[in-house]
Design a protein around this ligand. Structure first.
Ligand code: PLP
Length: 442
């Protein structure tokens, strides 16, 4: 038990909290002081069931012994080593182990420290790849409405969440967007992949026709859009995107920061949908969220296109001080061991039917206008409170926390994504909690 229990910080002003209603929080703080497996403990000693795997990242549950021990041992043995023009064995071992679990064909890994950095890295690789092949007129990037690709400038440019973009000027130029695939009139209360909307992928043909294929470098999408409220791709949609990209020589980038490492019941979203992208972005689950790390996977042809010119020259002018940091690498290796020993990269598939039934039982709960699910992800969309969008869901979040459940809300959508070690009884507890709070919110 943490010795910080019941010790409340007496001044919350200095910390400008990310993606937080700072003033609301500081009036009524929600403080977590320790965690174990499926639960957090709050500063008033309450157990909080983690319905969101932290921020979609603690896939193996909290404070797992192997990961903790690996970090402790590595910190005492080799704390830091540069990865520029130097190496340390553990990061090479990690890259190989990651390639082993990755979809076929993704054979090289570039390390970063977050999902946002992985996104920037992937976009830069895509642009530089075309240029390295003498096809430098391909400078355009295509994202999607409601896409979330982190918060850096490349990511918000290809991303499609208005609030994340509108304050920040002109962003990257040469970016276009596919329409989002959320069609509640046709697909509400779908279990798994929706029937309607595959044709929305054909919008890529329109964008290509507008700009000419020779100017388009890459298309980036989340296989399942998470942060915008769990938008599951319509049946056949991703396959169609893959076909159109292939037809026009455009790279397809999957942002698997959420769908990676077992969330859909397969190791990656790519495995779930049977579509291999040219570049795959990951972070979060790579270290079980414990230490910042991201990993960008690329196909051999992409990597090899850079490996030319004099051998003493740097092939790709990109990297971070902490790319492949030894402690993060050790945490990631121990995470992969834990996933393997406990079958967590596929456990979601066993639980998915139970999860689906439990979530869809909320169909008749107050304010619910849609329920959707895939793997161990679910969303419950609420009718917004008249004139006060997001308020109803936010109240549900606050009330759920008071009742001992951590849920996540985005807009008027409740998104659920528990650690992959969740038990059926805990799924029931989570869903009961949501039902209770929906009965209490305005
Ligand atoms: C699909 C996707 N891409 C990128 C990111 C950004 O990751 P980070 O917050 O680690 O920068 C997220 C975070 O939720 C994400 O869901």
């Amino acid at each position: 038990m943490s010795n910080r229990l019941n010790v409340k910080p007496n001044d919350l002003r200095a910390f400008w909290m990310p993606f937080t209603a700072n003033r609301q929080f500081k009036q009524a703080p929600r403080m977590l002081v320790s965690a174990k497996d499926m639960h957090y403990t709050s500063d008033d000693g309450r157990k909080i069931l983690d319905g969101t795997a932290g921020l979609w990242c603690v896939n193996a549950g909290h404070c797992r012994p192997k990961i903790t021990e690996a970090i402790q041992t590595q910190a005492a043995e080799l704390d830091y080593a540069p990865a520029f023009q130097m190496g340390h064995p553990i990061v090479f071992e990690l890259a190989n182990r990651l390639v082993d679990v990755a979809p076929e064909g993704l054979e090289h890994v570039f390390f970063t420290n977050s999902g946002s950095e992985s996104v920037e890295t992937a976009l830069k690789i895509a642009l530089a790849y075309h240029r390295a092949r003498g096809d430098g007129s391909r400078f355009r990037l295509v994202g999607r409405e409601r896409g979330y690709h982190g918060v850096n400038f490349g990511g918000i440019s290809v991303g499609g969440i208005v609030a994340n973009r509108k304050m920040f000027g002109t962003l990257l130029t040469g970016v276009d967007h596919l329409p989002h695939t959320h069609l509640p009139q046709k697909n509400a209360f779908t279990r798994g992949e929706p029937e309607h909307g595959a044709d929305l992928a054909d919008e890529l043909e329109r964008i290509v026709a507008l700009h000419d294929a020779s100017t388009v470098a890459a298309v980036i999408v989340e296989p399942v859009a998470g942060s915008t409220g769990v938008l599951i791709p319509p049946k056949g949609y991703l396959k169609r995107l893959r076909e159109i990209c292939d037809k026009h020589g455009i790279l397809l980038i999957f942002d698997e920061v959420i769908t990676g490492f077992g969330r859909l019941g397969t190791p990656f979203g790519s495995d779930y949908f049977g579509i291999v992208p040219d570049i795959m972005i990951t972070a979060k689950g790579v270290t079980n969220g414990v230490i910042p790390m991201g990993a960008v996977f690329v196909k051999k042809e992409i990597h090899d296109a850079f490996m030319q010119g004099p051998e003493h020259l740097i092939e790709f002018f990109h990297g971070y001080t902490y790319s492949g940091n030894p402690i993060a690498s050790a945490a990631a290796l121990a995470t992969l061991d834990t996933y393997k020993e406990e079958g967590l990269l596929t456990r979601g598939a066993e639980l998915a039917p139970y999860w689906e039934d439990a979530l869809h039982a909320l169909k008749d709960a107050p304010h619910v206008i849609d329920v959707r699910n895939i793997g161990l992800v679910g969303a419950i969309e609420l009718e917004p409170l008249a004139g006060q969008p997001t308020k109803r869901a936010f109240s549900a979040f606050v009330k759920a926390f008071e009742k001992g459940c951590l849920i996540r809300t985005t807009g008027d959508i409740i998104a659920l994504s528990p650690p992959l070690i969740v038990e059926k009884g805990q799924i029931d507890e989570l869903v009961d909690c949501v039902r209770t709070v929906l009965g209490e919110v305005e």
